[in-house]
Design a protein around this ligand. Structure first.
Ligand code: SF4
Ligand code: SF4
Length: 356
């Protein structure tokens, strides 16, 4: 049978069947073992990879390369999807895997140039800033606080979430078969709007606490313990359990963007800017036949069809600009755009009634 859309619904691993639950348990268990035990260290040494984190990086990169090939075989006929997939996989291979290893080999501290605050929260902690060369610190600061907001305004958050970030990269390659499992309900949207901005607020608060502790020095031991506990808690609850164990472990049950949608502080920050910036998905008037492909395959749980049927452009903070709704639309209704919105005199600004 030709690989296509409808065969998705015939595979027990992709329909929340018993096999999907088993796969979810295996993935979650892998992350629990990785984060909280040293069981993978002997495997890393035996394979010449040194430590468990390098082994994990290797496995992650292999999954993305293999998933990228799988994705291109299905969707490589779209120029946007082809270039996007090649770029995000290349970023993972070069910036998130090879370069940190090369740095370690040459005696430098490893650094992941494709990750930025607040996703990689420690990159704006004073301890990390003070232990890295000026150019790396500048890269982090300018990226997080200047370049990313500007790029998100002009291009939407897709420039990072779908073209650079390793979390999105894994979702759009190895995780691709699970994209349709995202929850499209209003209830899920309500939860998303609370949880993702809550994590952003916690990330900002944690960063402020760590900087305040650095500023007061050793004069307040009680505050130092509190700051240490905040860092530790954030690393455990958000970094390990939410982003890792749940983020990937729930692929077979809730789709591939659970972390990006409900937890990623970077997605939240860029999403706020995108909501008021240029990026949107434009809709060709009265062309939608309500087939539902766009909504079904939106990994961020956006009910794109309801916008298309209402002839409303999609301007949603959550959209990561993966482009699959436009690619899979049989009528060519949808188009990802970031041209300036030009309104004619007297033309009302169209805002979808239920939009945030
Ligand atoms: S609305 Fe379209 S481009 Fe945005 S995340 Fe959903 S499928 Fe991707
Ligand atoms: S895929 Fe296209 S035709 Fe189908 S519901 Fe979405 S916008 Fe309408």
């Amino acid at each position: 049978m030709q690989a296509g859309l409808l065969d998705t619904y015939r595979k027990p691993t992709l329909t929340r069947g018993a096999l999907a639950w088993a796969l979810s348990a295996v993935l979650s268990a892998f992350y629990l073992v990785l984060y909280f035990t040293e069981a993978l260290t002997p495997v890393a040494r035996a394979t010449g990879l040194g430590d468990k984190w390098t082994l994990y990086g290797f496995l992650y990169t292999v999954a993305m390369v293999a998933g990228g090939v799988y994705f291109l075989r299905r969707h490589g006929n779209s120029r946007y999807e082809r270039i996007r997939t090649i770029v995000v996989v290349a970023v993972q291979v070069v910036l998130a895997f090879a370069l940190p290893i090369v740095m370690k080999v040459f005696g430098a501290r490893e650094y992941y140039f494709s990750y930025f605050w607040p996703l990689k929260i420690e990159y704006l902690y004073p301890s990390v800033i003070l232990s890295h060369p000026f150019l790396i610190v500048a890269w982090s600061f300018v990226g997080s606080l200047v370049a990313f907001p500007v790029l998100a305004w002009f291009l939407g958050k897709r420039f990072y979430c779908s073209w650079v970030c390793g979390c999105g990269g894994l979702a759009n390659t190895a995780g691709e078969p699970f994209r349709h499992l995202s929850d499209k309900s209003e209830a899920a949207w309500k939860v998303e709007k609370v949880s993702v901005y809550l994590v952003l607020a916690i990330a900002v608060a944690a960063t402020v606490v760590v900087w305040a502790n650095w500023a007061v020095g050793s004069r307040h031991p009680a505050f130092a313990s509190f700051a240490f506990a905040v860092q530790k808690w954030y690393g455990f609850a958000i970094g390990a359990m939410f982003a890792g164990v749940l983020g990937v472990g729930l692929y077979p049950l809730m789709g591939t963007r659970v972390w990006c949608r409900f937890g990623c502080p970077m997605a939240a920050m860029l999403g706020i800017i995108q909501r008021f910036g240029r990026f949107r998905i434009t809709v060709k008037k009265d062309m939608c036949i309500a087939c539902g492909n766009c909504s079904t395959y939106c990994e961020m749980g956006i009910d794109v069809r309801s916008y298309a049927m209402a002839n409303q452009d999609v301007r949603r903070a959550a959209c990561v600009g993966c482009g699959m709704c436009a690619h899979l639309c049989p009528r060519g209704v949808l188009k990802l755009e970031n041209r300036p919105v030009r309104l004619k005199a007297g033309q009302p600004i169209r805002v979808y009634a239920a939009g945030p």
